[in-house]
Design a protein around this ligand. Structure first.
Ligand code: SAM
Length: 237
């Protein structure tokens, strides 16, 4: 069940039955005994501005970049990025206990100390990350909310959210967006093109490699088109 509440420090577990959703108990225990690289609810408090330090404690070089994936799902894209870029800290964000635990399990199974998995509604990510703390944000195939016209207001990426992202990114930080939904893509481009510039690719750009997500694979296997763009926050504004 998705936890859509926007207070990232709220603990929904007292109202949940751990025998119905075994991932609730696993996440709580994994955080308590330190066996899972994950956080949710109260354990997310006071993390704002500390992510680089967190990854340094995991033996990443001082000053390592920090990249967030919103909607990290089963962690396939994030674990693949983390194994190719061992000197980058990756935070996966999702809204179900199962998905958060699945990514954390992958990080352990693949010995990737540069991954942290968090349960957080991306709408509240400015409570988890400080202004200018992030080097990159990846959003692949966010829920498009297309069944009814009025559902469009539920879309994650709108002008307000892009302004939030903009403030969390460092100058030259990137936003990498993919979707199968052309109207969503066009709307995001209209707003993002005003705030960001098209990213220039260099030899160490993370987005020059191919990372095909679970949803992307579904669309590709059906022969359906997908759309993507990478923007960069301008160095001087
Ligand atoms: C359509 S799936 C795409 C999953 C994956 N990125 C991919 O491309 O295969 C959307 C994902 O975003 C997560 N999600 C939806 N709303 C979210 C929100 N507000 N904050 C964080 N994650 C969210 C969902 O739980 C789900 O894992």
């Amino acid at each position: 069940m998705p936890i859509r509440i926007e207070d990232p420090f709220y603990d929904p577990t007292p109202r949940m039955q751990e025998d119905v959703n075994p991932f609730v108990g696993r996440l709580k225990q994994g955080i308590l005994d330190g066996s899972l690289p994950a956080f949710f609810g109260p354990s997310l408090r006071d993390r704002k501005g500390t992510w680089q330090t967190h990854f340094e404690k995991q033996s990443l070089p001082a000053g390592s970049p920090v990249v967030v994936e919103i909607g990290s799902h089963k962690g396939d894209v994030l674990s693949s990025m983390a194994s190719r870029h061992s000197d980058v800290g990756f935070v996966g964000m999702d809204i179900t206990f199962k998905r958060v635990v699945t990514l954390a399990d992958k990080a352990i199974a693949s010995s990737l100390p540069n991954i942290v998995s968090i349960l957080c509604n991306a709408k509240a990510m400015d409570q988890i990350f400080a202004q200018g703390e992030l080097d990159g944000i990846v959003i692949f195939f966010p829920d498009p909310w297309i069944k009814k016209k009025r559902q469009q207001k539920n879309r994650l990426i709108n002008q307000e959210f892009l302004e939030k992202i903009h403030s969390l990114l460092k100058p030259k930080g990137f936003l990498w967006f993919k979707t199968d939904h052309k109207p969503y893509f066009d709307d995001v481009c209209v707003s993002a093109d005003r705030m960001f510039q098209t990213a220039e690719t260099s030899s160490d750009s993370l987005w020059q490699d191919t990372y095909t997500s679970t949803f992307e694979n579904k669309f590709l296997s059906q022969g359906l088109p997908t759309y993507e763009k990478v923007w960069m926050k301008p160095e001087c504004e």
